[in-house]
Design a protein around this ligand. Structure first.
Ligand code: GLA
Length: 379
């Protein structure tokens, strides 16, 4: 059964997190930091190919309440997942249990080895609460990383450059979670603002905010397929490798630089998978630019068509959708969406759909009875 991702109240989240901290540690938190999850409107599997993406922050955040300790120990727990993380800032930091703790360990470790001088928070206790559903492809991991990094900034009384913060969180994910992700999720969580999309050039890391105000007359909805998401990680790494192999065959630094003529050189039988992957990346980068142009000219039917094309390409060329996700996207179109597609890494997770504002009243979950999966993976 699919589920609409509605907005959560950030003030209530902050209050809950402060109360959780006080109940666990028997004193008041000194600071509260938070960061949002993200969805991606278009530009999927392009970030690790040096390409373009157009994500936005969802109205759901992860919050960290913290207070310093007198020693060099860090103790972190939360209502969002079981287990307690305990580490010493003076001992080597490695992966361990609980698994969610690896995101926290990774960010702390990266802060301590920053080339421009350690960002050292000193020992602290922290309590985490989250409104970002885990395992739904909404970057709950990036929200956790960025919220922890923001808490460390506050405890250490030093602010990082936003791009440096995003890059640090991405390195933490590579090293401690073993996911060779691109920069989209962390940049979106650090930089995206409400009612705006964030156009990122993942090579230069230049970004611009693209407004989507309520007066535009359209809205983007995010729907969780609630499908099991377990296949994702190995398949994600495989896609990253295939893209890199395609670029190497073409003698290019990355698929960002591939042109139509290049692609034909991959079209022979033995390279047909590489051709399909590269074709998707080249077309998807073009679609991102076309989507921005459509938004700037209020051409909503064009934007909807681009979302539909993106989904077809992810399904047929990149092969990261699932039949149940295809059915959900189709159901959203039947419910009146101008366009819809899977969002995020794929193999389950969420769909995004463009609706005329107010036309989403029919989106009661029973409209999507085809999807019966239930999620089992925690991350
Ligand atoms: C995951 C990764 C991102 C990006 C998307 C696909 O969310 O973490 O870096 O590659 O998949 O667009």
């Amino acid at each position: 059964m699919a589920r609409l991702i509605d907005a959560a109240d950030p003030a209530a989240l902050e209050e809950r997190t402060r109360r959780g901290f006080a109940a666990r540690f028997g004193r008041d938190a000194r600071i509260v930091a938070s960061a949002p999850g993200r969805a991606n409107l278009i530009g999927e599997h392009t970030d690790y190919n040096d390409g373009f993406v157009l994500p936005f922050a969802i109205a759901r955040r992860t919050a960290v309440a913290a207070a310093p300790r007198a020693d060099r120990v860090v103790e972190v727990a939360g209502a969002f997942a079981p287990g307690t993380l305990r580490l010493s800032l003076d001992a080597p930091i490695g992966r361990g249990e609980p698994r969610w703790g690896d995101y926290v360990r990774g960010v702390i470790d990266e802060c301590l080895v920053l080339p421009q001088g350690a960002l050292d928070p000193g020992g602290f206790d922290a309590w985490i609460e989250s409104d970002v559903p885990a395992g739904a492809g909404l970057s709950s991991s990036a929200a956790l990383e960025v919220a922890i990094a923001a808490a460390i900034e506050m405890l250490a009384r030093r602010t990082l450059d936003p791009l440096a913060k995003a890059a640090l969180c991405r390195r933490a994910e590579h090293r401690f979670a073993g996911v060779p992700c691109g920069i989209m999720d962390q940049m979106a969580s650090v930089l995206a603002r409400e009612n705006e999309l964030l156009l990122i050039d993942c090579r230069s890391l230049e970004f611009v905010h693209v407004e989507l105000p309520a007066s535009a007359g359209v809205e983007i909805v995010v729907v969780d397929s609630e499908l099991p998401h377990d296949l994702g990680e190995g398949e994600f790494a495989k896609r990253v490798e295939q893209c890199s192999a395609a670029a190497t065959k073409l003698g290019l630094a990355s698929l960002r630089d591939a042109r139509q003529g290049d692609l034909e050189r991959l079209a022979c039988d033995e390279d047909s998978i590489l051709y399909a992957r590269a074709r998707h990346v080249v077309d998807e980068n073009r679609r991102v630019h076309e989507a921005v142009a459509a938004i700037r000219t209020n051409d909503w039917s064009r934007l909807g068509a681009l979302l539909d094309e993106s989904h077809a390409s992810l399904r047929d060329l990149y092969q990261v959708s699932r039949p149940e996700m295809d059915a959900l996207v189709e159901d959203l179109r039947c419910a009146g969406a101008l366009g819809a597609r899977m969002t995020g890494g794929g193999f389950g997770g969420c769909a995004v759909a463009l609706f005329e504002r107010g036309a989403t009243r029919s989106l009661a979950p029973p409209r999507w009875p085809k999807n019966t999966g239930s999620r089992s993976s925690p991350a």
